[in-house]
Design a protein around this ligand. Structure first.
Ligand SMILES: C[S@@+](CC[C@H](N)C(=O)[O-])C[C@H]1O[C@@H](n2cnc3c(N)ncnc32)[C@H](O)[C@@H]1O
Length: 236
């Protein structure tokens, strides 16, 4: 059972995401459990404020440490031996997410995903309460909610029993350091283009060989960097 807690000031953003599609199915099947918590529950002032002006001046607001550390402590326990879940802050300054890191996170569940907003969180939250910072790419979004959804969707499809056809995971892009090759479905002719003959031949071995060769070709043309890191891995 994959167990994830999400900490956010916009819990409503997760409503449809957790209900629909593969994540919704996985939750209904009982193989994944996801709880979304409103950070404002851990505020103590009348305005339920979670942000304040930055020390040193400058634009924007910063997420205050008090509510965040209280929330994290209550969901994951204090940092150290008593911690019951791995606490991940979504942050552009974190390590960039890729398929191996996604699989690694799955092994470290239960997780608490902390969604930042504004200019980010007070550094003392990271120092005192966060185990790991993860970025979903080299660009800046307005909040950690969409990055948290990226993590959740990526992990959920790796949970055994979630995908209808588990075999499809093995040949997916990035699983063997390659991109997956092209797909075709009916009709056999479309827009003047035909489906490659081998795919209609019924010769499964030939189809497998063609797919392997296409995967290599796609990767060579589009992401040669993947082949370089693969050859380093194969050497070591
Ligand atoms: C507007 S961003 C803060 C950007 C920050 N001032 C900076 O320049 O690095 C607000 C929040 O969105 C989330 N966020 C934005 N871009 C992200 C990314 N690429 N990966 C993960 N989280 C991101 C983080 O939780 C961040 O605290």
């Amino acid at each position: 059972m994959l167990r994830i807690e999400v900490l956010t000031i916009f819990p409503g953003l997760f409503d449809a995401f957790l209900r629909e599609s593969m994540v919704g199915i996985a939750i209904r099947r009982g193989v994944v459990e996801i709880a979304v918590h409103d950070l404002r529950q851990w505020t103590e002032d009348r305005h339920r404020s979670v942000d304040d002006a930055p020390y040193g001046g400058g634009p924007g607001m910063v997420m205050k440490p008090g509510p965040l550390v209280a929330a994290i402590d209550s969901l994951a326990g204090p940092k150290g031996v008593e911690r019951t879940a791995r606490v991940v802050l979504l942050s552009p300054q974190g390590r960039r997410l890729d398929q191996p890191r996604l699989a690694g996170l799955l092994e470290r569940e239960p997780l608490v995903l902390v969604c930042g907003r504004y200019e980010g969180v007070d550094q003392r939250v990271i120092d005192l309460a966060v185990d790991e910072e993860i970025s979903v790419g080299d660009y800046v979004l307005s909040g950690g909610e969409v990055p948290a959804m990226v993590l959740i969707e990526g992990m959920v499809r790796l949970v055994p029993g979630v995908l209808g056809n588990p075999e499809s995971v093995g040949t997916e892009s990035f699983r063997r350091g390659l991109l997956e090759g092209p797909h075709y479905t009916r009709p056999p002719q479309f827009g003047g283009l035909s489906v490659p003959k081998v795919l209609c031949s019924g010769d499964h071995a030939a189809v497998d060989r063609w797919r392997a060769q296409q995967a290599l070709e796609f990767t060579r043309r589009r992401r040669p960097d993947l082949l370089e890191s693969k050859s380093h891995e194969d050497e070591s």
